[in-house]
Design a protein around this ligand. Sequence first.
Ligand code: COS
Length: 379
Amino acid sequence: MISFKLTEEQEQIRKLARSFAEKEIIPIAAEYDEKEEIPWHIVEKAHALGLMNRTVPVEYGGQGLDHVTDAIVAEELAYGCLGISGALGANGLALAPILIAGTPEQKEKFLKPFCAKPQLAAFCLTEPNAGSDVASISTTAVRDGDYYVINGRKCFITNGGIASLYTVFATVDKSKGLKGITAFIVPGDTPGISMGRKEKKMGDRASHVAEVIFEDVRVPKENVLWSEGQGFKIAMMTLDRTRPIVGAAAVGVARRALEEAIKYSKQRVQFGKPICENQAIQFMLADMATKVETARLLVWYACWLLDQGLPVSKIGAMAKMYAADVAMSVTVDAVQIFGGYGYMRDYPVEKLMRDAKILQIYEGTNQIQRIVIARNLLA
Ligand code: COS
């Protein structure tokens, strides 16, 4: 039987996340977008309220949420501000490799102290010449006794250079292609890690994205996830798990744009009547609302598959791709409904439109999602 009724716990956490977005995030979102900074006080408050490290099991200091509930929270926080929700949620991506492939000892050692405090983690996969083509990464990890020595440069890393914990993908043997890629847990205070360029972004500006440089970073062999050569698989399994949550954030952005457009269309009077009385506006709102609802259904379905332990690659890619496209088109339409005012920074919709674009790009472009979907269809 299919039920869309949320449990009492889900309703409670949705209420908490919604009120956090309305009272704490929305009032400062434009300021931090302008400053291009993470609001640290928000990170601290979110941590204290249990809105971070949401899918880490309680025994390791996280919230132990299932993926559907995580999606509910992600939607609400992104409704407030995509950049801030990204700052709060990036730990979900960075810690997923440890949740997927970590031994109980690794989880105990790294997750527990990490989750005990408000701290940030970073997922280091992308490189200047290895974006969509993960298999071509060139960061190396050379075995030296009981250690690996990591050298390389990662780019576009959320929380890069400011993270307390990194999950790093490096090759132990470039000639093996993707079979050489290995995943490492790297504490942020390990000597040799430094921040490169901090990126200046179009949107999503309250999240910190920078290059991370690894120079002779020595990591004990106990920090390898699974074993040598398993890194590509771990990266793919991580993205399977997190792409639906990108979809959830996209639903949040789109829902916010829809609500702003509805409100404005009722207030804005032209030709002697509110513009919402024009069928042209009504049809746009109807299409926008339908897209928001259908995107959420796909996101929740993908998260439900994850919670059941069922294959999720195809539906997860659909959820991310579709919801991101919805966020883009709904925010563009919201700006259109606001007219000239929509283009100005005094109103929230121009930021929503700038923010939406990254959803079609990160954690796999929407073209990569189509590749994943098509390969699953043709397999
Ligand atoms: N789960 C488990 N294993 C997977 C998998 C998944 N979701 N997807 C692929 N694999 C395995 C395959 O089974 C295959 O294993 P075998 O060699 O043992 O058969 C191996 O990984 C290689 O798979 P594939 O041939 O599909 O690899 P490709 O190099 O063609 O890459 C894409 C596949 C393009 C889908 C992948 O590189 C990708 O997702 N790229 C986008 C990366 C991304 O999202 N970057 C954003 C950075 S994070 S912000």
